[in-house]
Design a protein around this ligand. Structure first.
Ligand code: CO8
Length: 258
């Protein structure tokens, strides 16, 4: 499928989705979010794809929702159309792992989009922020909820109330990103991580994603039970037999997603 605001490449079981609105620092407008939801759904449904990498440009992952597009909208408009609600729900339905590879600005909706992915690998040039307060609004696609869970109340309040930006180093220190790499190596590192994931049994990777995401929505006791039942359930798969046999036979496993 051809997209106007994205570049999508599928190679070696990895779908690489690049946000592509260079003139607006990849600001997220309705068209881009609609195309992104479609591209993610299509990658999720494509049997050849086992992991997804979402990235932007060297200068910006995404500098937020498109302020030009939003500025004149009324409450009645954004409320009745439930602005971005459908697109975001669609993105959250993706069951394959998504890695955000972030260089440059990840601000507002851009930071929220990165946090919607399963983990974030940052270039040393990355800058994260929730500067909506400077526009007289608040985050709208998860910033106050996800950032708070990821980095704690004090830092989340600091980011949302002052609108300041966080460096990649600070983001790694507080647990927002999983690793920081030199900007030139960002894609190589993200694709390397995606290749590693692509080698695993997809049944197990999907189970990991469900279990970790549930940890934000369940009590610890319920989450522990959910995890244990998933662990038990995977014993019904051929991949569990293959993975354990391969270990004992000192060879690489050949997973078949069965
Ligand atoms: N929207 C639209 N256009 C943008 C945006 C944006 N968010 N960010 C940058 N641009 C455009 C600029 O207008 C400029 O275009 P032009 O050349 O036509 O004037 C071009 O990109 C380059 O930007 P700058 O000249 O400003 O570049 P600088 O290097 O000087 O500055 C910054 C880079 C610091 C990133 C600066 O552009 C900036 O502050 N951008 C806005 C950041 C921001 O406030 N983001 C939050 C937006 S609100 C939001 O994300 C809410 C999300 C929740 C929505 C949920 C709805 C339900």
């Amino acid at each position: 499928m051809a997209y106007e605001t994205l570049i999508v490449e599928i190679e070696d079981h990895i779908a690489l989705i690049k946000l592509n609105r260079p003139d607006a620092l990849n600001a997220l407008n309705g068209q881009l979010l609609g195309e992104l939801a479609k591209a993610l759904k299509s990658a999720d449904e494509n049997d050849k794809v086992r992991c997804i990498v979402l990235t932007g440009s060297e200068k910006a992952f995404a500098a937020g929702a498109d302020i030009r597009e939003m500025s004149e909208k009324s409450f009645v408009e954004v409320f009745t159309e439930d602005m971005f609600g459908g697109e975001v729900e669609q993105m959250l339905r993706v069951r394959k792992p998504i890695i955000a590879a972030v260089a440059g600005y990840a601000l507002g909706g851009g930071c929220e989009l990165a946090m919607m992915c399963d983990f974030i690998i940052a270039a040393d040039t990355a800058k994260f922020g929730q500067p909506e307060i400077n526009l007289g609004v608040v985050a709208g696609i998860g910033g106050t909820q996800r950032l708070t869970r990821f980095v704690g109340k004090s830092k989340s309040m600091d980011m949302h109330l002052t609108g300041r930006f966080m460096t990649a180093e600070e983001a790694e220190r507080c647990g927002l990103v999983s690793r920081v790499v030199p900007a030139k190596k960002l894609l190589e590192e993200a694709m390397g991580a995606a290749s590693k994931i692509a080698e695993k049994s997809m049944l197990a990777t999907m189970a990991v994603k469900e279990a970790v995401n549930r940890s934000y929505e369940m009590t610890l006791r319920e989450g522990l039970l959910f995890e244990r039942r998933l662990f038990h359930a995977l014993f019904a798969t051929e991949d569990q037999k293959e993975g354990m046999a391969a270990f004992l036979e000192k060879r690489e496993p050949q997973f078949r997603d069965k």
